[in-house]
Design a protein around this ligand. Structure first.
Ligand SMILES: *[C@@H]1O[C@H](CO)[C@@H](O)[C@H](O)[C@H]1NC(C)=O
Ligand SMILES: *[C@@H]1O[C@H](CO)[C@@H](O)[C@H](O)[C@H]1NC(C)=O
Length: 242
């Protein structure tokens, strides 16, 4: 939490608690408006804190954007590394902030990633840490329908990890898309030989935020997430905590 003094009038000084929020790339695809818009408010100041307060007081708000005096609130999970790169005709704002970012999340350390396959280039393995999740599955990671598909991430150096949170698919029946999932973390670049971090039987329900906790904190550099079934494998974002 950060505390800021907000002056509404010279006579009235109010102390408010604003959840930590991070600046993110401010270009988003058009579907963010049709699918994830919560509210548009016209402010009488350009101070982002006023928009932050509206977001904080609006259930489901996880992204707020400013364009002149207009504050727009969205229910959309934006990764820390989101760069809007795959957008052809996106909506640009002057500034956007994600209120869902946790400064303890080390997913930004992921140096590179790969996967057993990718459904298409919009749904590549990087979307797990540089994509965003509104509703539609684009900007999520997804494989083709195959046997025990997997995702691999390299944290660059070994980290102690206790908890991993994965946001699953939001827009369709996820019956086998996240099921019998094994997570491994260790120091061997042969990802499949590292110790098991956690197992999730599932299947994950639609729009799940799956939390995987290791019985004892694990320490490692190479992270493997593998489905135990034959199907598409889909994950929209990952958060990694010490
Ligand atoms: C990341 O790159 C390094 C060096 O090229 C490679 O050894 C490693 O296997 C890669 N990791 C993934 C997940 O692709
Ligand atoms: C990985 O290496 C670190 C030291 O760099 C060590 O503390 C840790 O136990 C190793 N992890 C495994 C699973 O062997």
């Amino acid at each position: 939490m950060t505390y800021k003094v907000l002056r509404w009038t010279a006579a009235r000084v109010v102390m408010v608690a604003v959840a930590a929020s991070a600046t993110v790339n401010s270009t988003f695809p058009h579907d963010i408006t049709s699918r994830c818009l919560l509210q548009k408010v016209t402010l009488n100041t350009r101070e982002p804190i006023r928009c932050a307060l509206h977001c904080q007081n609006t259930p489901g708000c996880s992204l707020y954007c400013l364009q002149d005096l207009v504050c727009t609130l969205y229910n959309a999970m934006v990764t820390q590394a989101w760069n809007g790169k795959t957008l052809l005709t996106g909506i640009p704002f002057q500034r956007c902030f994600a209120s869902s970012h946790d400064p303890r999340d080390i997913a930004l350390s992921i140096a590179n990633s790969s996967s057993s396959s990718t459904f298409n280039s919009d749904r590549n393995s990087q979307q797990m840490y540089n994509g965003y999740t509104c509703f539609f599955v684009d900007y999520c990671f997804m494989t083709i329908n195959t046997v025990e598909p997997y995702w691999k991430g390299d944290l660059g150096v070994p980290y102690q990890v206790s908890t991993i949170k994965i946001l699953t698919r939001q827009d369709a029946n996820t019956k086998h898309f996240f099921q019998d999932v094994t997570v491994r973390l260790g120091n061997s670049s042969d990802y499949f030989s590292n110790p098991i971090f956690a197992f999730y039987a599932g299947p994950a329900p639609l729009k799940a935020l799956v939390t995987l906790v290791s019985p004892s904190p694990a320490f490692g550099r190479y992270l493997l997430i593998q489905s135990g079934v034959s199907d598409f494998f889909c994950m929209c974002s990952i958060q990694i905590f010490k």
